[in-house]
Design a protein around this ligand. Structure first.
Ligand SMILES: [Zn+2]
Length: 290
């Protein structure tokens, strides 16, 4: 399987992206979950524009990418799975699950550390929530992600195929769980015991800070359940909730490419991250009852 994936890597990546994209786009047209508020043309041009930009930046700076790091680790015997080999299929599953955990942890950090939130808020500032939201990330966040993933690959020592499979899965699941699609509760319920569903991840894109800081998972719903960051539904319901971030709601700023690229460097960091939240002192008890 390693050689098949190696020989057909670009076709597998592009085929999966276009296939899932088309599938989700049709699903969104046939059964949308929420009404969109911004022109789809403007958002799609910007969100897909940043995808093209990110692809070029990555190709230029990291031509071998994380799969190349995995090949290097295998050749040198670096990483846990290269030092303690297990059967190939088990190694594949363990590596994909371990990488999913690393991405979950990175996502939590992106919300906790003020400087990282500045980058990550470009993804969250989208005023609507659809499959293209799942692909819009600031180029600096994409580069940081690649460095973190490469470091994780050096520690885990995954098979090259596992890295490619993980990246293709992550790309597909991101378009799926950002989908503006209606999934019947009878399907959503059992599915989210294992996977992150669109309704589960939409909670994470609410303007309410406690809802934003929930449901960080991309593939497996396990990590949020295990670490206590799972939240079932948004308080205002899926149709009534407000998507985006509170401090940046001008479509020209958050849904146009130049504004999106400048967003990390504009304004204060906002109240949702570590050491930035403020509480109002509660009024004295006596004053309230009178
Ligand atoms: Zn997030």
């Amino acid at each position: 399987m390693d050689t098949f994936i190696h020989d057909h890597e670009p076709a597998i990546r592009l085929g999966s992206f276009l296939g899932i994209f088309a599938l989700m786009a049709v699903w969104e047209l046939l059964a949308p979950r929420r009404a969109l508020t911004v022109s789809r043309g403007l958002r799609w041009a910007s969100n897909l524009g940043i995808v093209v930009l990110n692809t070029l930046v990555l190709r230029l700076l990291f031509p071998a990418a994380a799969a190349g790091v995995a090949a290097l680790a295998a050749a040198r015997g670096w990483g846990i799975l290269n030092i303690y080999p297990v059967p190939p299929l088990l190694s594949l599953v363990l590596a994909v699950v371990a990488l999913d955990f690393v991405i979950w942890l990175q996502h939590v950090l992106a919300h906790a550390v003020p400087a990282l939130w500045r980058l990550h808020r470009v993804h969250h500032a989208d005023l609507d929530y659809d499959l293209t939201t799942g692909a819009r990330f600031h180029p600096l966040e994409i580069l940081l992600s690649m460095l973190i993933k490469s470091a994780a690959v050096l520690v885990i020592g995954p098979p090259v195929a596992a890295v490619v499979i993980f990246e293709v899965l992550l790309n597909a699941s991101s378009m799926f769980n950002h989908g503006n699609v209606r999934l019947p509760a009878a399907l959503d319920r059992p599915l989210r015991w294992v996977l992150v569903t669109p309704d589960m991840h939409r909670v994470h894109h609410s303007v309410e800070h406690d809802e934003t800081n929930s449901n960080f998972g991309f593939n497996l719903s396990l990590w949020d359940r295990l670490f206590g960051t799972y939240r079932d539904q948004p308080r205002a319901g899926h149709a009534g909730m407000t998507v985006g971030i509170r401090d940046h709601r001008d479509p020209r700023e958050v849904d146009r490419l130049p504004g999106m690229l400048a967003l990390p460097f504009r304004g204060p960091v906002g109240g949702s991250t570590i050491n930035r939240r403020r509480w109002k002192a509660p009024a004295p008890q006596g004053a309230q009852s009178r």
